[in-house]
Design a protein around this ligand. Sequence first.
Ligand SMILES: C[S@@+](CC[C@H](N)C(=O)[O-])C[C@H]1O[C@@H](n2cnc3c(N)ncnc32)[C@H](O)[C@@H]1O
Length: 350
Amino acid sequence: MTDTRAALAELFRMYQVGCEALGSPLWAAMCARFALEAEAGGPVFALLEPHAGSTFADAYPLRMLGGLHRLALDGDAPELTRHLPSTGGDGDEDEVWAALSAIVAAPPAVLLDALTRPPQTNEVGRSASLIGGFLLLAEEHGLPLRVLEIGSSAGLNLRFDHFRYEQGDAGFGPPASPLQFSGCWPLRLPPFDATLAVTSRRGCDVDPIDITNPADRITLLSYIWPDQAERFARTAAAIDIAASVPAVVERADAAAWLFSQLAPAVDDQATVVFHSIMWQYLSKTTRKGIRELLDAAGAAATNCAPLAWLRLEPRKDLTYPELRLTTWPGGEERLLANCSFHLGPVEWLG
Ligand SMILES: C[S@@+](CC[C@H](N)C(=O)[O-])C[C@H]1O[C@@H](n2cnc3c(N)ncnc32)[C@H](O)[C@@H]1O
């Protein structure tokens, strides 16, 4: 076996482990089969050979799986549509594999196009991790929040206060919200009793999804793994909520956009810069630029116009994401919670 084949197989095996860990047995099984096919120099090798040396973060296996899923969601791959659970299919692994391999052997334009872009997920389950930070800031400052999200994707998490969060008798958010998170805080509760108001919600993304555009909505759904019915339902509920809760998501690089948003400080509001699972996509220069911007804006922050940096990002060992908060004046950093990549238990540390 050549090194290139082995490298591509290795990439698929890394995603196999990821899909297993994050609850997609079907996509994990497909990654395992694509790994074997790559080793044998089959059609998937012909398709992805130019990217065999790419990194895990470049996510070529997920780009390809997203493109394949899109064909099924669009109704352009009837065999796949018949067998994927997300399109009402039976989830039969052999049938799904047969349909996927046939498409990979003669890749249509939609699939080739999907390879040119990184996957676009907007996981609203992350709001269950983020909410504790927003509530803590509202409680500590007693001010409404002006929220600025970088790497927003479709901006669904910018509507975090319109989702319902519950643990036992405690909770926050509209009780009748179509999006409910229940039982995620078994050990310790974030301050669900805080009074929280949002004055403005704005975000940016280098490749934003416009959820009012049907094709963009399919793009978003195509990156949800097809055997994850709950993620599909969560995203659909958040899209419904977003239709009546306006938020601006601009097409812009995070550093340049933050520069335009952070000055001047706004009185009688707490400005909260937040992000989830996007820091890894930034260059070192961009990360440094953002830290410098935050430090400069933090130096100008006052008790009437405080600044906060709330982020849900993976630990260095990539095992799970942590929720961290830095607040100005002062620049104090706190670890608020140990969390999950999608939706899962939140170990609130407060
Ligand atoms: C894995 S997605 C996470 C999206 C969202 N934050 C969430 O948690 O659901 C990462 C997002 O970061 C965006 N992104 C990557 N580099 C960026 C940059 N330099 N500036 C702004 N957004 C960026 C991508 O387009 C993508 O939408």
